[in-house]
Structures are given as structure tokens and as C-alpha cells.
Design a protein around this ligand. Sequence first.
Ligand SMILES: Nc1ncnc2c1ncn2[C@@H]1O[C@H](COP(=O)(O)OP(=O)(O)O)[C@@H](O)[C@H]1O
Ligand SMILES: [Mg+2]
Length: 260
Amino acid sequence: MIMEKEIAVGPESVKEKKVIIDIKGLYKSFGENHVLNGFNMKLYEGENLVVMGKSGSGKSVMIKCLVGLMEPDKGYVSVMEHDISTLDQESLDVLRADIGFLFQGSALYDSMTVRENLEFPMRRHRKKLGDIEDTTPFVMEALESVGLEHTMELMPAELSGGMKRRVALARAIILRPKIIFYDEPTSGLDPITSKEIIELMRSIQKKYGTSSLIITHDVDCARVISERIILLVDGVNYAEGSYHELIKSKDAKVQAFFKK
Ligand SMILES: Nc1ncnc2c1ncn2[C@@H]1O[C@H](COP(=O)(O)OP(=O)(O)O)[C@@H](O)[C@H]1O
Ligand SMILES: [Mg+2]
């Protein structure tokens, strides 16, 4: 059941939005476990796209296929006009430098300070930044974007859960990515902290004009942040539309997502 809006014909639609990520007919199985069964997805420039799916439905598998960490059984995946299957390791690394990643549960390195955590992707993708000598301005700007300048020399253990998530967000944007992947950005946070994170995600999108792919089953997060939602059910894009379109659906599988 696909409810993708038809592309309007007329002078406006001639300037169609640029496709940043294109997934066509993605299949991935592990033995008898058929996780993705022909999944399709487009992410347009500057948009916030939410993908919702039950736990174990293949959301993380899909993201891994997107960044070349996992090879699909079948299907076409392109990111910023690069067919992922044709890229060698070096080209993949260059591409990944343009993708910010907020991992499920923050995933900070506990033995490193906040500053060192933020410097990590800068060292990994040195080429993108050229020969910068002082990382401090980058670290400061990223931390300022999430309101945590004062935590630079602290250890993760000294931060609350919400602060850790904000540091992880700062790390995701430090290389000024064109795309940000958020894997369950609000999971494990209380409602107020979740709201703060969602607000930060919005302000980051405004400030940097990034395109975002947000994986979540937090209905409030999806409602506030998404321009479009794709429901991943049984390995396919089962339904697609804005939050307000989807909540009106009479389909039981769609309704199940929005029941509280
Ligand atoms: N490397 C792997 N080997 C075998 N099975 C895997 C592997 N990665 C994921 N799976 C299986 O694929 C399914 C989807 O996993 P995942 O994408 O992590 O789900 P989620 O939607 O919760 O992110 C699960 O059944 C999981 O057990
Ligand atoms: Mg997952």
C-alpha cells in the first residue's frame, strides 16, 4: 500500500527536488530470515525523512547497505549520485565523510574526553578537512550548536544521558555533512530530553541545510520532525506519506504504528 504523492505536473514540478539517496528494490536475507524484500526509498535534498519499523524489521540493515557496510543480495543503492556497489574502499570513505551518523544510544568512547570524541571523525577523514592544525574551532562550533561548549574537557561518564546524546549529535555534524542518519535518536531518553534533542535536530537542519534520514519508532519524534514518513513492514515500504496523511489511514498495519 503505497501512498506516495503523485508528482504534480506544471511549471513548479519541472524543478523537481534533487534525489540525495535512492534505494530501489533492496533485498537482504540471512538464511531463511528474509529481512528486506524489495524496499524502495528516496531521500530528497534538504528534507527530513522518517523511516518507522518494528524492532528487527531491518532498519539498521538498510542503513548498513546505504553506507556500504553490508552488501545487499539484490537492489540498487545510490548516495549523492554514486552507485554504492561500484565504489572501492577509498571512495566509500570519501563518501562517508559527507554523512553524519548518530548511532543508536550515542556510542561515545568512554575512555576519551568530549573533545577527543569529536576529534575522532576529524582524524579519520583528514582529507576532507585539508591540513588543519587546530581542531579547537571545529570542536567549539559543533559543541556550540548543541549548547555544550563547557563540556569539552569532560569525560562521558560525567555527562547525563541527554548531554551524551547531544555530544553524539555534535560529533555527527563536525565534518559538516550533507546527510545525517539518525538511528533511534530519542530512544532511552525521557520525554523532555527527547523534545530537546528533536529541537536540536531541527535547528541543525536549518543551520546546515542537511538532508536527514531518521529512524525511529517514537511517534512524537516522527510527528514533529518529518516531512515524510515511510513505514517499513515485511521488508517493503508498506506505506508512505506525511504524518497527517498516515494517521488517517484505515489500514490496520498502518494504524498499529500510531496507537499509543
Ligand atoms: N549480520 C547479521 N547476521 C544475521 N542476521 C542479522 C544480521 N544483521 C541483522 N540481522 C537480522 O536482521 C533483522 C533486522 O535487523 P535490524 O536491521 O538490526 O533491525 P532493526 O529494524 O531493529 O534495526 C533481525 O532479524 C536481525 O536478527
Ligand atoms: Mg536498529
